[in-house]
Design a protein around this ligand. Structure first.
Ligand code: RVP
Length: 497
């Protein structure tokens, strides 16, 4: 007969943290959110440590290169999705790895033979008034010149005329070698009174544009997550179907961490794929998942997973539980897997971090997930709301929303994640919808981090290890859940998060 596991399937909403004694030294300014990303021997540091415990969901609607860049600059890690040809994912990995603060990859590019009408449309689309002219009209083609707002006005110039008639050719513009540093580039911009300084490699191909940017920019991002070569770190999803091609290509492109991404990772397919990856690429950091119990965690850890993702059916866009009747409340899943991780550590001397993936609805859920033992969290809905996420921003009567759709929806058609025994989806496990627009990631995440630090301070912890070790949780009854909310009629909000 079926076995009934102990305990009820519980969600984050059912828990609260009890405040612990806060010492004088325990202040938000002293809180350190560093956390291990990958397996390491007890007593030794993890090869990759996140500086803030956030990763972005391996989803089309979430992790664009822009989002991965913005998140790495905050000390977290973006995971680029794998539901597309290998080359497309690889080129996005390269875009993140090639990012240099203040150096932008031109997004408005034309050929000299394009019409000014085409250029006008492109400028409207990107909102930019400087275009690079390259031989093939791409951002990395042979560099031929620039068109700026001083050269071209959409109302003034004939849309049928060619770009070549208005462009500033190479011999008339200042440009720089590709390895120029940001402060040298800024000096040139000011001293030569330039608006834009293109950088070009030794063969004459365009690399970046440097605008009169604020070169103190880096100071805004003191926690940037970078590799040994000071390039931003980036993660990438892989699947158990084409990993023999995808893993090598992503490693070659410089991806810092990979993750097998499946709605149910407790499978022979995933164990085989992990074993293959670790055999052929022993140095690659590669995670597995998703799982919801200790048994499944140990299975993937034994197969070589460097971290394990926890969560089935809790995602905001997810209907797996409705459709298949599998899953587990995210709080119960994290508590169970964290206990298995600690047991595995005690038995093997290896610490295999775990990630709480999906179902984080309120900022305080992040604190709960970490207190319950997650080393870091992965979020989809949360990041899909920001400017940097790829979903379209659409106006509504009350403001704006951004599109957000599940990988198991018919829009994403990610059959590699939701394998149902055939190539293609026989039924949906995700929905296609909208989330409220939340502006720039930098500001949004700052609020979430401020709340997390405030919670940790109330719990008397200045690092995540101490937070987990000393957290005291209580279950909330329906009645006390009601008590958590304001019981007066609330005036307009202050606008603070
Ligand atoms: P959320 O942060 O609650 O939006 O959840 C995001 C997570 O949901 C993803 O990281 C993934 O594990 C899961 N997901 C993605 N697509 C779907 C689906 O279509 N069911 N679920």
């Amino acid at each position: 007969v079926a076995q009934l596991v102990d305990g009820v399937s519980r969600t984050f909403n059912e828990f609260l943290l009890l405040p612990n004694r806060t010492s004088r030294e325990c202040t938000p300014g002293s809180v350190d959110l560093r956390t291990p990303l990958v397996r390491h021997a007890v007593g030794e540091p993890s090869e990759i440590e996140l500086r803030t415990p956030f990763t972005s969901a391996i989803m089309q609607a979430v992790s664009s290169p822009e989002l991965a860049i913005a998140l790495a600059r905050e000390g977290g890690l973006g995971f680029l999705h794998h539901n597309r040809p290998v080359e497309d994912q690889v080129s996005e990995v390269r875009a993140v790895k090639n990012f240099k603060a203040g150096f932008v990859i031109s997004d408005t590019n034309v050929r000299p033979t394009d019409t000014l009408g085409h250029l006008r449309e492109l400028m409207q689309e990107t909102g930019h008034s400087t275009a690079a002219v390259t031989e093939d009209g791409t951002a990395s083609g042979k560099f031929l010149g620039l068109v700026t707002s001083r050269d071209f006005h959409p109302q003034r110039h004939d849309p049928a005329a060619l770009v070549s008639s208005r462009m500033l050719p190479l011999e008339k513009i200042a440009y720089s070698r590709a390895d120029v540093g940001l402060s040298e580039a800024n000096t040139r911009l000011w001293e030569e009174r330039l608006d834009c300084l293109p950088t070009v490699d030794e063969s004459g191909f365009l690399r970046h544009l440097v605008f009169r940017s604020d070169y103190t920019d880096n100071k805004r991002f003191p926690l940037q997550l970078v590799d040994a070569g000071k390039r931003l770190r980036v993660g990438a999803g892989v699947n158990t179907h084409d990993y023999r091609d995808r893993v090598p290509a992503l490693v070659e492109a410089g991806a810092d961490a990979l993750c097998f991404d499946s709605s149910d990772g407790f499978s022979d397919w995933q164990a085989e794929a992990l074993t293959w990856a670790k055999k052929h690429y022993p140095d690659v950091a590669i995670g597995g998942g998703n799982v919801v119990d200790g048994q499944a965690f140990t299975f993937l850890a034994d197969a070589g997973a460097d971290f394990v993702k926890v969560g089935v059916g809790g995602g905001s866009i997810c209907i797996t539980r409705d459709q298949k009747g599998i899953g587990r409340g995210q709080a119960s899943a994290v508590l169970d897997v964290a206990a298995a991780r600690d047991a595995y550590r005690d038995q093997t001397g290896q610490y295999v971090p775990i990630c709480s993936d999906g179902g984080l609805v309120h900022d305080y859920h992040v604190a709960l997930a970490l207190a319950m033992g997650a080393d870091f969290v992965m979020m989809g809905r949360y990041f899909a709301r920001f400017d940097q996420a790829p979903g379209a921003k659409l106006p509504t009567r009350d403001g704006f929303v951004k599109e957000y759709w599940g990988e198991g929806s018919s829009r994403a058609r990610n059959w590699q994640r939701y394998g149902q025994g055939s190539r293609g989806l026989l039924f949906e496990e995700g929905v296609d919808g909208f989330v409220p627009y939340a502006g720039d990631l930098h500001e949004g995440l700052a609020t979430t981090i401020a709340k997390l630090k405030a919670t940790m301070v109330s719990c008397g912890a200045i690092d995540l290890g101490a937070f987990q070790a000393t957290a005291r949780l209580t279950l909330v009854s329906d009645q006390s859940f009601q008590e958590s909310h304001a019981t007066v009629q609330v005036r307009e909000t202050s606008g603070l998060g």
